[in-house]
Ligand binder design. Structure first.
Ligand code: NAP
Length: 307
């Protein structure tokens, strides 16, 4: 099945690229990936996307993006790309045993939650450890939970968890938050939220059967360790780009993000474009992702035209 444009990933970047490519009559095919709609589908209110003065729920917003893309002829498949071969033109992709080819590719695979790297964290993931308060908060009614991180995500997750949990403790490795002032103020004024500054997670105690039982915290100034009973630990320490498919093929930066040429979405390979969080570790907003999605669609359209 040969296409002019295939889009990999379906967050605000991928679906905006789909809207623009579809309106250019390029009949784009979108492989939505493991998390259709992207990271906004695991968030609650989006209050900073222009045009929604009262805010909108993340999953609802992404449904609107998808509907809009489909209205102009984009085809969206709930499938994940397994393999890509950029060595020949048209490029070839394998998806669930099927082969596709395309003249141009737009990559918008986004980023995923970063984890601390503790053995207990992986073992207890889904058993009291989580990287998504929106997905799992409901299971912590009247429980005591910890949120790890000091950015906007940590503040947002902590606030959200107070809808269920009896107490929420934010653990941050420094004495100053990275999060924006409005998010910090909102969290700190919530009576259910308290903070442990200059503190890191040394270990999480529990079993798959009993769930999380306690957390071992370490004071970064004194190295003193302290075990505290709790029921859940939520990781909110940022993200890593989803670029496994492109390692050794496309140029990536030191953190694994796809490198795009200045003021464009061109990668180091002709006909391959990247947009959204997979190439942006500075802004990482839905609106900037949508902006670069638009750029990628225009760049690929112009590139196809000039070939
Ligand atoms: P972030 O801004 O990168 O913050 C990550 C936090 O985790 C930082 O406080 C960092 O500590 C900490 N951290 C990282 N690795 C750690 C480790 N190994 N151990 C302990 N702590 C660690 O990520 P984010 O909060 O996910 O936000 C990402 C972007 O999305 C930001 O641009 C943010 O503004 C945006 N966002 C916006 C909203 C909103 O406006 N509604 C909501 C969520 C996210 P240090 O500070 O010490 O580096």
């Amino acid at each position: 099945m040969k296409r002019k444009v295939i889009i990999i990933g379906s967050g605000p970047a991928g679906l905006t690229a789909a809207i623009y490519s579809a309106r250019a009559n390029l009949n784009p095919l979108v492989f939505e990936g493991a998390q259709p709609g992207g990271q906004l589908t695991i968030t609650t209110d989006v209050e900073n996307y222009p045009g929604f003065s009262e805010g909108i729920l993340g999953p609802d917003m992404m449904d609107q993006f998808r509907k809009q893309a489909k209205r102009f002829g984009a085809e969206c498949l709930y499938e994940t790309v397994d393999k890509i071969d950029f060595s020949e033109h048209p490029f070839r992709l394998w998806v669930n045993g099927k082969k596709y080819s395309s003249d141009s590719i737009i990559i918008s695979t986004g980023a995923s939650a970063r984890l601390l790297g503790l053995e207990s964290e992986t073992r207890l993931m889904g058993h009291g450890v989580s990287a998504c308060a929106t997905c799992d908060g409901f299971f912590f009614k009247d429980k005591k939970v910890f949120v790890v991180g000091g950015g906007d995500s940590a503040m947002e997750e902590a606030n959200f968890l107070t809808k269920f949990a009896s107490s929420v403790i934010i653990v941050h490795r420094r004495d100053e938050f990275r999060a924006s002032k409005i998010m910090v103020d909102r969290a700190l004024s919530n009576p259910k939220i308290s903070v442990r500054y200059n503190t890191v997670v040394d270990d999480i105690v529990g079993s798959e059967k009993s769930g999380v039982e306690s957390i071992i915290l370490k004071d970064t100034k004194t190295d003193e360790k302290n075990e505290e009973k709790c029921d859940g630990v939520f990781m909110a320490i940022g993200h890593v780009p989803n670029t496994k498919l492109f390692k050794g093929v496309l140029e990536l930066d030191g953190s694994g993000y796809i490198v795009t040429k200045p003021d464009s979405t061109h990668t180091n390979l002709e006909g391959v474009f990247a947009c959204g969080d997979v190439q942006d570790q500075i802004y990482r907003q839905a609106v900037t992702a949508a902006g670069t999605g638009c750029m990628a669609a225009l760049d690929s359209e112009r590139w196809l035209e000039h070939r």
